[in-house]
Design a protein around this ligand. Structure first.
Ligand code: AMP
Ligand code: MG
Length: 328
C-alpha cells in the first residue's frame, strides 16, 4: 500500500533520496498533488508514466526552486518570463518555453518545449530545496481520474497498483487552490493561455498585453487540456438552478438516484444524494475535486452539477474544469 507520511525532516530527506535513486514520490502543491521524478533521469520519468498509465504524448510540468533553476531548463528566458515569475512565482502559473537541449526529451513527452513552474506549497518547496534540482511531476492521479487535492486521494488512486506498493505520499493537507495551474505558452511572440487557472487572463495581460483567449484545446497543442481530461467515471451533466429544481421535482424512478453538487443541499431529497458546494469561488475550487470524487463514489447513474457564476477568472477556470468533467 502507498504510505501517507507527515512532512518531517526525516521524511523529506528520505523523499529526496528516493528521487536521487531514480524513484517516484507524491507530494503536495498548492494546485493539486504531484507525482514527482528527477527531470534529468529518463527511467525515473518513464516510471511516472507507467505508474499513472499516462499516454506517452502528454507532457509533464517541471517544478523548480525559482528562476535560476528554470533558466537551466529552457533555451531562452526573456523579459516577459522575468516579469511573470517576479509577479506570480512561487505560485500557480506554468510557463511553456523552448526546451534546452540538455533536458531529456522524455521529460516533455518528446516535445521541443517544456513547461516550468515554481510551486508555493511549503512542502513542495522543502522537497525541491532538499533535492536541489528540478522535479517533473504531473498530477498524482491515475490517468483519466480526477486530480488529487488530498494525500488520501493519491492513496485511493494507487492502492491497487502493484508498482505503487512502496509509493511515499507526503501529506500537505488540502491543496489550497484546488485546480491545476494556469498554463501560458510563451514560445511565440503572441503568448496564449493553454489552460485557464486561478491566475486569470486580466492579470496576465497587465504584463503581456492582449492575449488570445483560452479555448478547449485540441490534444495536439496541449494534451492534458483535451475534453474529458478531468472527468469522473460517472457521467456528468451541468444544469442551471432552474433546471436542477425541475429535475429534483421529477419522480426518481425516471432517473434513479442522482449525485448532485449544488449550493443548497436541502433541495436534494432522497434517493438523490447531495454534495454541498461553497458559494465563494476560492472555496469552491478548493473543494471541487474532492466533491467529484465523493459523488463518483456514490455509484449513481449520473452526477448533476449546479452551474456556479462565471464572473471572475477563478469561476471561469472552474467552469473550464466543469465542462471538461462533463465531456466538453
Ligand atoms: P498535469 O500536471 O497532469 O495537469 O499535466 C500537465 C499539463 O500541462 C499537460 O497535460 C499539458 O496540458 C500542459 N503541458 C505540460 N507541458 C507542456 C508543453 N511542453 N506544451 C504544452 N502544454 C504542456
Ligand atoms: Mg493531470
Amino acid at each position: 500500500m502507498p504510505r501517507i507520511v507527515a512532512p518531517t525532516d526525516d521524511s523529506l530527506a528520505q523523499a529526496a533520496d528516493v528521487l536521487r535513486g531514480g524513484g517516484v514520490v507524491a507530494f503536495p502543491t498548492e494546485t493539486v498533488y504531484g507525482l514527482g521524478a528527477d527531470t534529468f533521469n529518463t527511467s525515473a520519468i518513464a516510471r511516472v508514466y507507467a505508474l499513472k498509465g499516462r499516454p506517452a504524448d502528454n507532457p509533464l510540468i517541471a517544478h523548480v526552486r525559482g528562476v535560476d533553476d528554470a533558466r537551466t531548463l529552457v533555451q531562452s528566458w526573456d523579459d516577459r518570463c522575468d516579469k511573470l515569475a517576479g509577479r506570480f512565482w512561487p505560485g500557480p502559473l506554468t510557463l511553456v518555453l523552448h526546451r534546452a537541449s540538455k533536458v531529456p526529451a522524455a521529460a516533455a513527452a518528446g516535445l521541443d518545449t517544456i513547461a516550468v513552474r515554481c510551486p508555493s506549497h511549503p512542502v513542495a518547496r522543502q522537497l525541491l530545496e532538499r533535492f536541489a534540482a528540478p522535479i517533473s511531476a504531473p498530477s498524482a492521479n491515475r490517468s483519466g481520474c480526477v486530480s488529487p487535492t488530498q494525500a488520501r486521494h493519491v492513496a485511493d488512486d494507487f492502492s491497487s497498483i502493484a508498482d505503487a506498493a512502496d509509493l511515499m505520499i507526503l501529506d500537505g493537507g488540502d491543496s489550497e487552490v484546488g485546480i491545476e495551474s494556469t498554463v501560458v505558452d510563451l514560445t511565440s511572440a503572441r503568448p496564449r493561455i493553454l489552460r485557464p487557472g486561478s491566475i486569470g487572463v486580466e492579470q496576465l495581460e497587465e504584463i503581456l498585453g492582449t492575449m488570445e483567449s483560452p479555448r478547449m484545446e485540441s490534444q495536439t497543442i496541449s494534451p492534458g487540456t483535451s475534453p474529458l481530461h478531468y472527468a469522473p467515471r460517472t457521467p456528468v451533466e451541468l444544469v442551471d438552478t432552474m433546471e436542477l429544481k425541475q429535475r429534483m421535482a421529477e419522480p426518481a424512478n425516471t432517473s434513479g438516484p442522482l449525485a448532485v453538487l449544488c449550493f443548497s443541499p436541502p433541495f436534494v431529497k432522497p434517493p438523490h444524494k447531495p454534495v454541498g458546494m461553497p458559494r465563494r469561488a476560492d472555496q469552491y475550487a478548493r473543494r471541487l475535486y474532492d466533491a467529484l470524487r465523493r459523488a463518483d463514489g456514490f455509484g449513481c447513474s449520473r452526477i448533476l452539477i449546479e452551474l456556479p457564476p462565471a464572473d471572475n477568472a477563478l469561476w471561469r477556470a472552474v467552469h473550464d474544469r466543469l465542462r471538461r468533467a462533463a465531456g466538453g
